[in-house]
Design a binder for this molecule. Sequence first.
Ligand code: GAP
Length: 512
Amino acid sequence: MTQDELFKVLVAHCKEYGFIFPSSEIYDGLAAVYDYGQMGVELKNNIKRYWWEAMTRLNENVVGIDSCVFMHPKVWVASGHVAAFNDPLIDNKDSKKRYRADVLIEDYLSKIEEKISKEVAKGRKKFGDSFNEEEYRATNPNVLREQKKYDEVHNRYVAAEQANDLNEYRQIILDCKIVCPISGTCNWTDVRQFNLMFSTQISNTGESDDRIYLRPETAQGIFVDYLNVQKTGHMKLPFGIAQIGKAFRNEIVARQFIFRMREFEQMEMEFFCRPGTEMEFFEKWKQNRMKWHVNLGMGAENYRFHDHEKLAHYANAATDIEFNFPFGFKELEGIHSRTDFDLSNHQALCGKKIQYFDPEMGESYVPYCVETSIGVDRMFLAVLSHSYTVEELEGGDSRVVLKIPAPLAPVKVAILPLVKKDGLPELSQEVVNEIKYDFAYQYDEKDSIGKRYRRQDAIGTPFCVTVDNESLQDRCVTVRDRDTMEQVRIPIAELRQHIDEKVNMRGLLRNL
Ligand code: GAP
């Protein structure tokens, strides 16, 4: 299966098994807005719990808050979002379709990278064990030609990005003959800036303009609550404030399923520190966050850091943790050293002191800040795309199994009476009563046991427990492991402990 096909299959699987539905589907849906179904909400909650507990429980100096989506409009002036939270937008005059100019260029560059990778793969196949990739890249004429093309366009693109030169974006698109995928023409408008914030009206802000915004990031809620938390919590620097919540962006290119949505959820943590110490904490949080990801067991090779060439208006250092999604390595989480940009701007605009008195230094200052910011939905997509597996079984059969890290799985255990009679449903109820206070479970007595196993594999349930006639005598049940399909017979009294060892969040957190 190609990566593209895998992605389509994954989207269909998410719908079929109650993970994700298009929003308002009975009205044909709403672009880039999705609902989480009965399985999806459980997985999403488990992801959030893993993050929240890792942040606020394992770090004594990180506390949580829950601020509102609506904030005073001045917040977004101070944060720079009103002036600068823009995407460069371009329209094709023939198809009337709108695109992000930077994405068109990045896609063009990705295609060149793909061509180079294919050439390298050919070389590897041809030369086998004696293949020297470095030498091949430095000498193969096809690779050299493509690399030269890549470097030229990339250098122009980076320069245009840094200078915010919209004309140069357009010129690159024209020079590279990038066409609209719908009309196939190069008939482009000028490039314009497009602000990504959604707005609505509120009647009592006291401003002449009563427009307010739906927050495009949760971070500003933390900055405006900084003083309240510091004072009421008697917090000493360095300390962090964590928050999980919805954010909204009017994305022009909303695609790739839940990778880029208009309504999404973020898990953000702002770590406040003494000016001059921010790089130390930037490094610390980089390592901390990478460890959190790798700890899930989805393969260290599927993550990489990508340092930013162009820094956001508020940052003096920034990196992304990228994940190997079905469509390639893409940003999963951002880590920024935001300096004192946000607190200083809020201080200037609201006219109140937002400072910390440092008893060791005997002076007050505006703290610096390091931010970690990850999208819940993107994390969901990372987990799901990595977990989706098709396995060939003996006898020509196959199974689809979601190998979701067990502590994140939506359902931890399925209780399955072998038949719907002879007292097996009653004994199964006893088993349910034994485990229901500890684990999310499903009880299923419909269809053959094989079909029931397949249904549980498809939603990623780590354990299936079968109650059979022998169970009535020996009070033991058969426990099937999702990944190995191995079966063990264990007493009902030991079931809880057996399941707990693999699925509890405690184990995951302990490894951090
Ligand atoms: N406070 C900093 C901030 O918001 P960002 O890089 O724009 O930085 C942080 O966003 C994270 O939020 C991203 O790494 C991504 O995981 C997630 N994210 C951003 N835009 C998103 C969107 N439109 N849909 C889904 N997730 C998104």
